[in-house]
Design a binder for this molecule. Structure first.
Ligand SMILES: [Cu+2]
Length: 93
């Protein structure tokens, strides 16, 4: 499993392809997480758009994955750390 993936828990898949997050926006229940997979042919990363300390992946090369659990309700905009125009949104609650 990718770094940070817990054995238990419920992770929703987001694919990265053609410089786009699929889906770009999704809603989770508290305690669920997101598992991003880089299905593109260039590196990407995941970082909270306003508060990078909240979550930030290492560089995800093609085929790499990154998981993050969301244990607080709220709105979590994120972007690619390499291509800032790539945007996504996770809504929890
Ligand atoms: Cu990118």
């Amino acid at each position: 499993m990718a770094d940070g993936v817990r054995d238990s828990g419920d992770f929703v898949a987001v694919r990265i392809d053609n410089f786009t997050f699929h889906p770009a926006a999704l809603s989770l229940a508290v305690g669920q997480g997101v598992l991003w997979t880089n299905d593109d042919d260039v590196p990407h990363s995941i970082v909270h758009a306003a508060h990078p300390h909240l979550f930030r992946s290492h560089v995800l090369f093609p085929g790499d994955r990154f998981a993050h659990p969301f244990n607080l309700a709220g709105s979590f905009p994120y972007r690619c750390g390499i291509h800032p125009h790539m945007r996504g949104l996770v809504t929890v609650g």
